[in-house]
Design a protein around this ligand. Structure first.
Ligand SMILES: [Fe+2]
Ligand SMILES: [Fe+2]
Length: 310
């Protein structure tokens, strides 16, 4: 199969060398429907016009099968400036305004005055706009425009059912932790023609950036211990040291937050994985972050309704 002058956005582009020291380009292309890996081998490098991550390009290529994945062998790639952003940018299927409303409601219903002030200091109008447009990840889960706010509001809904069964849990702390845990992602990711990771994101990561911002926005008279508890929620939310948290969750709220984060991310990424797979295939390819391949149930299409994110 071949593609002729098909448009994509460049998600990543790396200059590489073969075993025999011949230069080639390792590329990942994306459009609304997902991502595809591609190579520009040495013999086609003269048909490649200098482009960079985020550029929209027209690609001529043959489609090859590589380790059970489709891969494009590009014979020509040229940059174009005429395109509709909406053709390349995947967006949450949920209504952004109602998700913003959910965030505002969670802030307004916070009873602890210090936590509420902290949330209001963070979620200013401008900040909330960026927050509501950001992706939640580069590729793993909620990796599309407004994915971050979808992830967070999903966790708020999940938290409600846990708080019913655990009335002694500090609901203000848990909800504030959910709202704040990934705010560093606004600066970690750039959600444009494709989702890319910023230089600051690569150097610092969203856990540190988020904790630093929370600390900077804390009201001056906030009790130190309360600030430490909310910082603990942000810092421990990946649940394990090997997943990037510098500290393990040490409070019921922190354990709950890490569990909700993991559930929301994994459920969404299972749908993303299935969505990326050809509907004729019974199983998806192996996904390293899930540690398995996924079964594409024949019942899935008949179950599709507005609760399914795609
Ligand atoms: Fe995170
Ligand atoms: Fe998260």
């Amino acid at each position: 199969m071949s593609l002729f002058d098909e448009s994509f956005s460049i998600k990543s582009l790396k200059k590489m060398l073969t075993k025999h020291d011949k230069p080639y380009l390792d590329v990942e292309l994306s459009d609304k429907s997902g991502n595809v890996k591609a190579k520009i081998w040495n013999d086609a490098l003269d048909k490649y016009e200098d482009s960079t991550e985020g550029d929209i390009v027209e690609v001529t290529a043959t489609v090859e099968n590589y380790n059970d994945n489709l891969q494009l062998r590009i014979s020509s790639l040229k940059k174009t400036n005429e395109y509709n952003l909406s053709d390349y940018q995947a967006v949450s299927a949920r209504d952004i305004e109602s998700m913003v409303e959910q965030v505002n409601q969670a802030i307004e219903s916070t009873k602890n005055k210090f936590l509420q002030k902290l949330l209001k200091n963070v979620f200013t109008k401008d900040f909330l706009k960026d927050f509501s447009e950001s992706s939640a990840s580069y590729r793993i889960h909620h990796a599309y425009k407004a994915g971050l706010i979808e992830h967070v509001t999903e966790m708020l809904v999940m938290a409600d059912s846990i708080l019913v069964r655990y009335p002694k849990m500090n609901s203000d702390l848990l909800r504030a932790g959910i709202l704040l845990h990934d705010i560093g992602k606004i600066k970690e990711y750039q959600t444009n023609t494709s989702i890319t990771i910023s230089t600051q994101g690569k150097l610092l990561g969203h856990i540190f950036m988020g904790a630093e911002y929370v600390k900077a926005q804390a009201p001056k008279d906030m009790p130190e211990l309360l600030l430490d508890e909310i910082l603990h929620l942000v810092l421990s939310h990946h649940g394990q040291l090997e997943y990037g948290s510098p500290i393990l969750p040490k409070t019921p709220e922190a354990i709950t937050l890490a569990a909700l984060d993991n559930s929301s991310a994994k459920i969404n990424s299972s749908y993303m994985a299935i969505h990326e797979t050809d509907s004729d295939d019974e199983f998806t390819v192996y996904y390293r972050h899930l540690g398995t391949e996924l079964y594409r149930s024949p019942y899935m299409d008949s179950l599709t309704n507005e609760d399914v994110p795609f």
